[in-house]
Design a protein around this ligand. Structure first.
Ligand SMILES: [Ca+2]
Ligand SMILES: [Ca+2]
Ligand SMILES: [Ca+2]
Ligand SMILES: [Ca+2]
Length: 396
């Protein structure tokens, strides 16, 4: 049944199939290569790189920043305390890729709002807010309607001059509780949450002089949350050592350094200090250069800069890399604002809010560009093959 004249036709078909296969393979390889994550410990960027600062003018100095999604659109919004005196402001993300935010919605909470905590208090899936209102000696509880609009639900009396609040389950009943650092009375207040929304004030206990920050963490690895306070401006929690256990990072304004405190097996804190810059005010932790090692960002009150301390593969940190801000910085939030998977910086300064978008992001191109590139590769390979095998075989 085989007819010799049919051979050229199947050859052309074979060519077309081969070229399609090669084009397809080219696309697959390109996809796989670009989708591969950087190898562990290999820096994507040799140093931290940030875009030109985006500045949002504020009426007063922002005391605390939370970068969380309050309206459920998966884009991080900004919550500020003190941007307008006596209020908490919510700025909704309206164009995440360029870090554009809505005009602030300001909610009155009382005199001198200071530290903020953002967590879902009533279990409806929407992030609520807790504000340490220093001038009123109370915590303001703001519930979210699920669309990023907050209402003052209740106020809770605490000690004198509360400046920091942390939320976490302290009594293991599955409900968030509160721990408050009262700077004025040098004590910590603990309040237990309940299903009904009422709060029970547990014991207040004295701590070191004028605590200004507080964290809840299982420092002893026994499944029970512990508290840590510090007199330095802020501390925060992270898992710097990569062992999954919480560590503490402190900004030491008086001694121009940061301290990393990690709990060892028996719960004792081991501390190591690293030179930061002039007047460290706040610290944040994230992998800024994409080498899978957690780095530290520090705002420097006396130098108008933010320092980035990149973690070294063999432990410790490289010398601080300075980024000039021109205005004096204080509070810092570290979170991915533009949705590229890499942590950005939001910094409160004496004049404004400064957003530094991290440029050290993995290459992620929009789908349209992939489709266009794939089509171009296909045409290119097909042309190449048709030139290599001219259609002369049909002349028999
Ligand atoms: Ca949002
Ligand atoms: Ca809620
Ligand atoms: Ca890193
Ligand atoms: Ca980012």
């Amino acid at each position: 049944m085989a007819i010799p004249s049919s051979r050229p036709v199947s050859e052309a078909k074979l060519l077309a199939q081969t070229s399609a296969k090669i084009a397809h393979a080219t696309m697959v390889i390109a996809f796989v290569l670009l989708a591969l994550p950087p190898r562990h410990g290999h820096a994507q960027c040799s140093e931290a790189q940030f875009d030109t600062p985006i500045r949002i003018t504020t009426e007063a100095v922002v005391r605390s920043i939370a970068a969380v999604d309050v309206n459920g659109d998966r884009q991080r919004d900004l919550v500020l305390s003190g941007a307008v005196p006596g209020t908490v402001s919510v700025l909704l993300s309206i164009h995440a890729s360029s870090a554009q935010f809505s005009a602030p919605a300001n909610l009155e909470v009382g005199r001198d709002p200071s530290g903020l905590a953002a967590t879902d208090i009533n279990g409806d899936g929407a992030v609520d807010l807790l504000v340490a209102v220093s001038g009123e000696n109370q915590i303001a509880v703001l519930l979210n309607d699920g669309h990023g609009t907050f209402g003052l639900s209740t106020t809770l009396a605490v000690g004198a001059g509360p400046t920091a609040v942390a939320a976490g389950d302290l009594n293991r009943d599955g409900r968030p509780d509160l721990a408050v650092a009262n700077t004025g009375s040098s004590e910590v207040s603990v309040l237990f949450g309940s299903e009904s929304g009422d709060w029970t004030r547990a014991a207040s206990f004295p701590v070191g002089r004028a605590p200004r920050s507080i964290v809840i963490a299982d420092l002893q690895h026994d499944g029970v949350a512990d508290l840590a306070t510090a007199a330095s401006e802020i501390n925060m929690i992270s898992t710097l050592k990569g062992d999954g256990d919480p560590d503490l990072v402190l900004a030491n304004q008086g001694s121009d350094n940061i301290t990393i405190a990690a709990a060892n097996a028996d719960g004792a804190l081991e501390t190591l200090s690293y030179a930061a810059w002039l007047g460290p005010a706040d610290v944040g932790v994230a992998d800024f250069n994409q080498d899978k090692l957690a780095d530290v960002a520090v705002t420097n009150r006396d130098a108008a800069t933010v320092s980035i301390l990149l973690a070294k593969a063999d432990g410790g940190f490289a010398d601080p890399q300075q980024i000039a801000l021109k205005t004096t910085p204080g509070a810092l939030a570290v979170a991915d604002l533009n949705g590229d998977g890499v942590a950005d910086l939001t910094i409160a300064t004496t004049r404004d809010l400064v957003i530094l978008l991290n440029r050290c992001a993995p290459l992620r191109l929009p789908l349209e560009i992939w489709v266009a590139a794939g089509t171009a590769a296909y045409i290119f390979v097909a042309l190449l093959l048709s030139r290599r095998y001219p259609h002369t075989t049909t002349a028999h």
